[in-house]
Design a protein around this ligand. Structure first.
Ligand code: NAD
Ligand code: UD1
Length: 341
């Protein structure tokens, strides 16, 4: 397939591009380098021996997206990763987040439709469930109240995609709700890069392990969980990337008609913050000093996915475990730091 990947130099996008190239798909990346760099393209080449066609620019630039079609001919599908993802930033700059994540996506969709590229995979988030009443969370669970503009931008975009499909049933849309992506490619050439203090758990732990931060602050030790700390469904980014390959299958099946489909991408297992810390220490032979502090506002106690639907319909399930996630997160961060010295 010929596939347009927006945000293809970002964390999840770059891992998916590697999987796509290794499956001999033709990849065209559109990324404005807001949260990535051209160096990632060279690293993708190092892993796969291939260099995808790359356009630097904004997915909301209609003329640029049209030019991609004019220069590349028929494109079979778009995997849409491009977006801003920092929750605190979205609270400070909601208009910027809605503009980038929603308005730019509207422009992208308009050009895709005009060029008959109506197979679309969207990066959504488990945060659209809000504080779900039951775990595991299945796709049937009603969406909930989001606690920040970032999460709302995902929830709204899902609705927009649903309305688009209802208005024109030649659109074939797959919404993937990611749980908590962590880890890095086994080559340790690509992974999650943070220039400043990372908001998420695993990158913060790796920075503590590398001596960039003194200690980890564990937000909340009085949750109704097995050890009092929050529980999440951490999923290795390579498994997540492979979930996108599985999702492409719905565009290939001769008999399946276009549809609007939603799938959870998680492992189906919850792990507590303390379990992550202990596993990280054991696997990497490092010490992670930590302090138990107040809960983080708007955090939920427990979240993990029901993964039956994605397995039954797409045949996908995660294969990598918590040890793999902790090891790859650490080794990537360590090797990346050394490579940019
Ligand atoms: P990322 O920031 O590493 O990658 C996003 C990429 O999109 C970056 O390379 C950035 O430069 C690019 N980009 C942003 N706005 C753009 C625009 N207007 N035009 C062109 N390029 C643009 O993020 P990620 O972790 O790889 O996440 C990918 C997608 O998955 C995002 O939509 C994110 O919201 C979603 N998601 C991520 C997580 C997570 O924990 N990482 C969880 C759930 C959902
Ligand atoms: C957040 C986002 C979600 C996004 C996900 C993965 C919300 C409400 N949450 O979820 O949209 O998909 O990130 O990027 O929108 N923790 C600490 N110390 C830290 C950091 C985190 O104890 O320094 C704890 C948290 O309290 C939580 C767990 O670790 O219990 C996981 O936190 P985090 O990695 O930020 O992910 P989420 O809160 O699940």
């Amino acid at each position: 397939m010929k596939i347009l990947v927006t945000g293809g130099l970002g964390y999840i996008g770059s891992h998916t591009v590697v999987e796509l190239l290794q499956k001999d798909h033709e990849v065209i990346i559109l990324d404005n380098l807001y949260n990535s760099s051209l160096d990632i393209l060279a690293r993708i080449h190092k892993i796969t021996g291939k260099t995808p066609n790359f356009y630097q620019g904004n997915m909301g630039d209609e003329a640029l997206v049209q030019r991609i079609f004019s220069e590349n001919g028929k494109i079979d599908c778009c995997i849409h990763f491009a977006g801003l993802k920092v929750i605190n930033e979205s609270l400070e700059n909601p208009l910027g987040y809605y503009s980038n994540n929603i308005s730019c996506t509207l422009t992208l969709l308009k050009v895709l439709g005009k060029n008959n590229c109506r197979n679309f995979i969207f990066s959504s988030s488990a945060s659209v469930y809000g504080d779900a009443a039951h775990v595991p969370v299945s796709e049937e669970t009603p969406k909930g109240e989001c606690s920040n503009p970032y999460a709302w931008s995902k929830s709204f975009t899902e609705q927009i995609l649903y309305d688009l499909y209802q208005s024109d049933k030649t659109w074939n849309i797959v919404v993937l709700r990611y749980f908590n992506p962590v880890g890095a490619h086994a080559s340790h050439l690509i992974g999650e890069i943070h220039q400043s203090a990372p908001p998420n758990l695993m990158p913060y732990i790796t920075q503590v392990a590398l001596g960039q931060r003194e200690k980890l602050f564990i937000f909340g030790s009085d949750y109704p969980t097995r050890d009092g700390t929050g529980v999440r469904d951490f999923i290795h980014v390579v498994d997540l990337a492979k979930g996108h390959i599985a999702a492409l299958g719905v565009f290939n099946t001769q008999n399946a008609s276009p549809a609007y489909r939603i799938y959870n991408l998680g492992t189906g297992e919850g792990h507590s913050v303390l379990e992550i810390v202990q596993t990280f220490e054991r696997v990497n032979s490092v010490k992670i000093p930590y302090a138990l502090v107040e809960r983080r506002p708007a955090d939920i106690a427990v979240s993990f996915a029901d993964v039956n639907k994605v397995y039954n319909e797409l045949g996908w399930k995660s294969t990598l475990n918590l040890e793999d996630m902790c090891r790859d997160s650490y080794l990537f961060a360590k090797e990346y730091l050394e490579s940019i010295k």
